[in-house]
Design a protein around this ligand. Structure first.
Ligand code: FES
Length: 102
């Protein structure tokens, strides 16, 4: 038998219940709305190459890219036409173009 006096072995861990006010960060949640009031570093500009970069932050899917003129952009990850992923978009001189219907 293990003498567990003064030891953490054999003790039941006390795990507090999740506080969803603090842990949920989606749009419309209290913490999500608070977090959206601040700037967040989401990727390094050196990560932006000739392909769009998919990102998920604050429960939102985004695509970051650098167009051929050198400007950085961030958009929702899904095309507004039919919802396909702009992760497969084509980077052009002044922006990004959906690879399906343009
Ligand atoms: S799905 Fe993107 S333009 Fe049609």
């Amino acid at each position: 038998m293990i003498d567990d006096e003064g030891s953490g072995y054999g003790r039941n861990a006390i795990v507090p219940e999740e506080n969803t006010r603090l842990t949920h960060v989606g749009a419309g949640t209290p913490m999500g709305e608070l977090m959206r009031r601040y700037w967040h570093p989401i990727c390094m500009t050196s990560d932006l190459t000739d392909l769009p970069k998919y990102l998920k932050i604050l429960d939102e899917e985004l695509v970051a890219y650098r167009d051929k003129s050198g400007k950085v952009g961030v958009l929702g990850a899904h095309c507004c036409h039919r919802g396909t992923s702009l992760e497969y978009g084509r980077i052009e001189e002044n922006g990004i173009r959906c690879c399906y219907h343009g």
